[in-house]
Design a protein around this ligand. Sequence first.
Ligand SMILES: [Zn+2]
Length: 74
Amino acid sequence: MEAYAEHHTGKMNYCFFCENISYKKVPGKEVGNKWICINCLHQLKEIFEGLERWEEEMAMGSKMQDQIDENLGI
Ligand SMILES: [Zn+2]
């Protein structure tokens, strides 16, 4: 399996996420030992941007919960 992958490195890339095989002209990025195509990178970017907002909301939510607990004297 390793030899198979090595044999094809440089010619084509196999996207870890969408499982499409892309030739070198398709942009992508190697993340660890996985290659991810530009389409999936765009999707990941959106997910991570959403994740940051979500984490902020979670942080704010837990602060509010702390405040509520304080007000209730817990
Ligand atoms: Zn992909």
